[in-house]
Design a protein around this ligand. Structure first.
Ligand SMILES: C[S@@+](CC[C@H](N)C(=O)[O-])C[C@H]1O[C@@H](n2cnc3c(N)ncnc32)[C@H](O)[C@@H]1O
Length: 289
């Protein structure tokens, strides 16, 4: 504060003004003259933070992620993340669980809806949830979506939060790719490249798959466990049946992570025996030998 009076009397000694700082006991901060006063606000504009919370164990979260959780006024997060990170979230409200907006979870919650009705209701729910985020931002609140892994690696939010692009800030997190690589503990880039992809990426780009196979680069496939039946014939076009395939399950969960080492010929039969059908990465290529 710049004061021009003390005890209702104009200042006479040392200058016309005094600078009064909060909790400052010094008495000699006088100002001779003021040419202009600019009001600067330090309150940040409301943002939509997309925070990567790590792919598995709670200890994989970064200090950066925790610091950004502190900047949020409200959260959007799955129940599991809410339970594990409750102490960093305080009593701040949770708008909704984003997993309910995935087709898989919506079908699970409404198994009897006919397909057309399912599509319509899911769309309506997504619109409602997006409106909740919009309302919070309009009310001046920053919203944090707490995402698994690295939010930029096939994060589900990219499909339905596109419209907030200019208000969004992404905070990096440890991906399943990072944790799985640590478990593999080998030079997976031994031939030059490591290519991260999803089944659809391979189906849409056979030329790339051929180039990767010809060069012996390592292919890392996300969201592929449930698609092995269609993936194997595609891979067999460019790889021999003997090619090594490693399935890395539950990477980063110290109590349950494991790797299955198999071949392209046997991968379906090996994967079918496992209970885990979602949290797994598929590695393929000669660097695994
Ligand atoms: C929608 S993607 C999200 C990936 C996430 N953004 C990341 O960076 O880890 C989900 C897929 O990631 C892989 N995944 C996620 N967590 C995993 C884990 N702990 N171990 C192995 N694979 C995992 C699986 O292939 C799963 O189907």
């Amino acid at each position: 504060m710049v004061a021009d009076k003390m005890a209702d009397k104009s200042l006479t000694k040392g200058g016309k003004f005094k600078l009064i700082l909060p909790d400052d006991l010094a008495a000699d901060r006088t100002i001779k003259a003021v040419s202009s006063i600019e009001v600067v606000t330090f309150k940040q504009k409301p943002r939509l933070y997309i925070i990567g919370m790590g792919c598995a164990d709670t200890s994989l979260v970064t200090l950066e992620a925790i610091s950004y959780m502190g900047k949020a006024d409200v959260f959007v997060c799955p129940e599991d993340i809410q339970k594990r990170f409750a102490k960093y979230m305080g009593n701040k409200p949770i708008l909704f669980d984003p997993l309910r907006n995935t087709e898989y979870m919506f079908k699970k919650a409404h198994p009897d809806l006919p397909p057309e009705e399912m599509k319509r209701s899911l769309e309506a729910q997504r619109t409602e949830d997006i409106q909740r985020i919009k309302d919070a931002l309009t009310a001046g609140k920053s919203v944090a979506l707490l995402e698994y892994g690295d939010p930029t690696v096939y994060g589900g939010w990219m499909f339905w939060l596109d419209e907030f692009k200019d208000k969004t800030q992404v905070i990096a997190g440890i991906s399943a790719f990072n944790s799985a690589n640590a478990m593999m503990g080998r030079h997976i880039g031994c031939k030059g490249s490591i290519v991260i992809t999803v089944p659809q990426g391979l189906k849409d780009n056979e030329a790339m798959l051929k180039a990767v196979a010809d060069n012996g680069d390592t292919l890392v496939i996300f969201v592929g466990l449930r698609e092995l039946k269609t993936l194997r014939p595609l891979l067999q076009k460019f790889y021999s049946n003997k090619t090594s395939v490693h399935l890395v399950y539950r990477a980063g969960y110290s109590d349950s992570a494991y790797i299955i080492e198999t071949s392209l010929k046997e991968v379906i039969e090996r994967a079918e025996k496992e209970k885990e059908q979602h949290l797994g990465l598929i590695y393929i290529g000669p660097c695994l030998d």
